[in-house]
Design a protein around this ligand. Structure first.
Ligand code: NAP
Ligand code: F7E
Length: 330
């Protein structure tokens, strides 16, 4: 068992919930930063709500981050909070820059001034590679972001490197490729597909509207990827690591497999919607996770087909539970 303490921003998100579970299993005391909201959004952490401590704070508000650091006295800080949906970053480029970019500096500043010994993890993204300069992408591949989100993440990445080099902080950046799960937000393409497939199967929908079917992503399971975050902070020297499956698949392939999982043909239901095409696209992402495998001893437990199956089955069960709940209502 560990006597270590972790502070997680973005604990209500997909990765935050899996990371909190993982750290609790390792015996950590876990604190999470949550934004105040009129209606709580804690469904991903409901099952561990009594095992963690939540602190109100916002990446826009320096004093709340200071308070979170002072109250939790963390050994490790995981900065997972961000405006993380790429299309929204074109609609709200300034806010995305504030949360996803400058927010990283705010939390680094809290640590620099109050707790320089705490180890820091920054959630960097394959979206920084954008119009890719080489295939596959490694820790040394130059960035060419293609969205305001990618630009903000590139800033967050380099400010993390800068605090490591300027102040000797143990600050790591995980360049994570797409990772998914039944806890993924419904707006992301994988969950949009699996949730709609389940709705179609139950007769609640007939079509699935998608944008670019040819876009290729390197998709993995979020539960695997949060283990890599923790491993990075256990290394003697801080560094940057690509975390990826090393395989690439198209949106079309994902849809084909998801419909096949429930015995349907994707071509009978998928409609291409030009309104969902992005102003600039990242066409081909595939990561080379050799450094993470060799230095961290990290590996995946779920492959592409396993991920699609897991997500479709979870959405079928979720809809089934909703139906049963409704039937039990008087
Ligand atoms: P997510 O589900 O969208 O979660 C984002 C989290 O950030 C939520 O808990 C959200 O809180 C919180 N948040 C947003 N703005 C905030 C603010 N101003 N102050 C405090 N908290 C704020 O994202 P995810 O998929 O778990 O991803 C985790 C991190 O990894 C993100 O930084 C993302 O950009 C990055 N990343 C993700 C992937 C991926 O494939 N999933 C790949 C590479 C990098 P609310 O619940 O209040 O909205
Ligand atoms: O899109 C295409 C879309 O929104 C994947 C975030 O976690 O991973 C995520 O960003 C691809 C794109 O994820 C639809 O054009 C087609 O090419 O699921 P997504 P993303 O943009 O890759 C990175 C690594 C992050 O860091 C981000 O935080 O799918 N696509 N049709 C569609 N995408 C969506 N959302 N909806 C569609 O209907």
């Amino acid at each position: 068992m560990s006597d270590r303490t972790a502070l997680i921003t973005g604990i209500t998100g997909q990765d935050g919930s899996y990371l909190a579970e993982h750290l609790l299993e390792l015996g950590y005391r876990v604190y999470g930063v949550v934004r105040r909201s009129a209606s709580e959004n804690f469904w991903r952490i409901a099952h561990i709500r009594n095992d963690i401590e939540l602190i109100h704070g916002d990446l826009l508000d320096q004093s709340s981050l200071d308070q979170a650091v002072l109250r939790s006295e963390p050994d490790e800080v995981y900065n997972l909070a961000a405006q993380s949906f790429v299309p929204t970053s074109w609609e709200q480029p300034l806010l995305t820059g504030e949360f996803t970019g400058l927010g990283v500096t705010r939390i680094l500043e809290s640590l620099r001034r109050l707790d320089k010994e705490a180890r820091f993890y920054q959630a960097s993204s394959s979206e920084m590679f954008g119009r890719v300069r080489e295939v596959p992408q490694t820790e040394l591949t130059p960035f060419h972001p293609r969205s305001p989100y990618g630009c903000a993440k590139a800033y967050g990445h380099f400010i993390t490197v800068n605090y490591r080099e300027s102040y000797g902080m143990h600050a790591c950046s995980g360049i994570l490729f797409n990772h998914e799960s039944p806890r993924r937000g419904l707006e992301f393409v994988t969950r949009k597909i699996t949730h709609t497939v389940a709705r179609i199967k139950y007769g609640l929908a007939t079509e699935l509207r998608l944008g670019n079917l040819d876009a290729r992503r390197d998709w993995g399971f979020a539960g695997d990827y949060v283990r890599a975050m923790h491993l990075m902070l256990q290394q003697e020297a801080a560094g940057d690591f690509v975390v990826a499956s090393g395989e690439t698949h198209s949106v079309r392939e994902f849809a084909e497999l998801a419909f096949a999982e429930v015995g349907l043909d994707w071509q009978d239901h998928v409609v291409q919607d030009p309104g969902l095409i992005r102003p600039a696209e990242v066409d081909l992402l595939v990561g080379e996770p050799r450094k993470a495998r060799e230095q961290l001893g990290w590996s995946t437990t779920v492959d592409f087909a396993g991920l699609v199956k897991m997500m479709v089955q979870a959405d079928l069960e979720w809809i089934e539970r909703q139906r049963n709940k409704r039937e039990r209502l008087p």
